[in-house]
Design a protein around this ligand. Sequence first.
Ligand code: SAH
Length: 244
Amino acid sequence: MSGWLAIAGLGPGDDRLVTPEVSQVLAQATDVVGYIPYVARVAPRPGLSLHPSDNRVELDRARAALEMASAGRRVVVVSSGDPGVFAMASAVFEALEGREDWQALDIRVLPGITAMLAAAAAAGAPLGHDFCCINLSDNLKPWSVIETRLRHAARADFAMAFYNPRSASRPEGFAKALTTLREECGPDRLITFARAVSTPEQRLTTVSLGEAMPEMADMRTVVIVGNSATRRVGPWVYSPRSAR
Ligand code: SAH
């Protein structure tokens, strides 16, 4: 039997937000590969091997998955949210560079609901006008790049969604980001902290930039900063369809 590789997004947490396409491919898989907590979301069954691995070995994990697919296995590489957003899809394509044997494999990317979209829906519609999305982790890029992108995005009046805002190993980065945002956007701009969206621990908090504190974010939080027109209506936050 010929093997294949699917790179699938599991959505933000709630099983109902896993697409039918992803459920179907998981039901056909012989092997599931991914970061430990994401593989833990896949129900074990006879005939399915689970291969959980640590977070910092993305390329090794991608190569192991490609190796299994070329040996005839039906492999699903899982990410949370969408696999193309700060996740495994790019790592798999990077592993394909220079490997024509692997490039000939049956490889598919199956989209998922990414954290910022689930968070925006829970808050209202803060991404209803033009927006951008920035990974605040400086593991894979220098902080100066993050700072430049923050300033340009703010000056262009994009709403902004931030992934990986703050971790125990880099607690000071998000504080710096808040300082930069206050300089560019002023203290009244709305900022939403959306933690563990679509899970029982979901928590949504919207404050002004002036009130925002670094501790409001952790690695399970996606942060959304509005544009200059983003406002509250009742319990909701939204960005109007037209720019000012
Ligand atoms: N591929 C994933 C993102 C991986 S990066 C996606 O498309 O969603 C991991 C970051 O995603 C976390 O640090 C956090 O910022 C965000 N995130 C993932 N799941 C989340 C959830 N349920 N609620 C809030 N943020 C989440």
